[in-house]
Design a binder for this molecule. Sequence first.
Ligand SMILES: [Zn+2]
Length: 239
Amino acid sequence: MKHIIKKPEPESFLNWKYTDVKVRRGNAKWSRLSGAKRASIKQELLESLCKEQGYICCYCESKLIKKPCGQNDFHIEHIISQNEAFKNNRPELIFDYNNLLCSCQCNQSEDEDHQCGMSKGNWHSDDMVTPLQSDCETRFRYTKFGKIKPLDKDDKGAQETIEKLNLNAPILVSFRLALMNYMYYSNSEILKRTTDDRIKLEYRSKDERKNKFNLVQKIPINTFFAGTFILGAYNPFDL
Ligand SMILES: [Zn+2]
């Protein structure tokens, strides 16, 4: 899980929240943002969330993609769901930019594996590991078989997060394995950056390719190898 640093919310979204009576009263549902009239506000919000995450899923780090039909295969995700927000008498969370992320998958059918936000649904726990926590990257490790596990086996929050978000869905495990194979068998940039006891992963988000690397991660090689961490930039199927 990659740490996400929130940036300022889009002005159009902010302005709409200030002017919409229902939102101001705290009795508007998320669907208030739907419909043709607000389509451009929602689109700008979505683009802002995708950009600050580097165009990867907030939980599994898979690249955000479109379905073959052209529809987005990702959605705006509430860390604390709308149901939970109303239940806890905190309706302001529904449109709080700091409660919003972008997760992979959208409108999955019943027979498809659900993962990340689609699997999480309304679940929330104070122990949940979220990408907004600065230590989230050090709470997990990856096995050589492509599975994600808590770095500390007694970390119940990390374990529950893996289970509730279904981060070991077969498709995610196979992506990780494909990425590991790519790293093993190619003379890639990533391997050249490997040092004795640490693997250093560097990548740029799509819109920052011309600038300096925007993130440098140093991770103990014994506790972490590959994973989906860099799928957004080094998706083996794109190369
Ligand atoms: Zn995901």
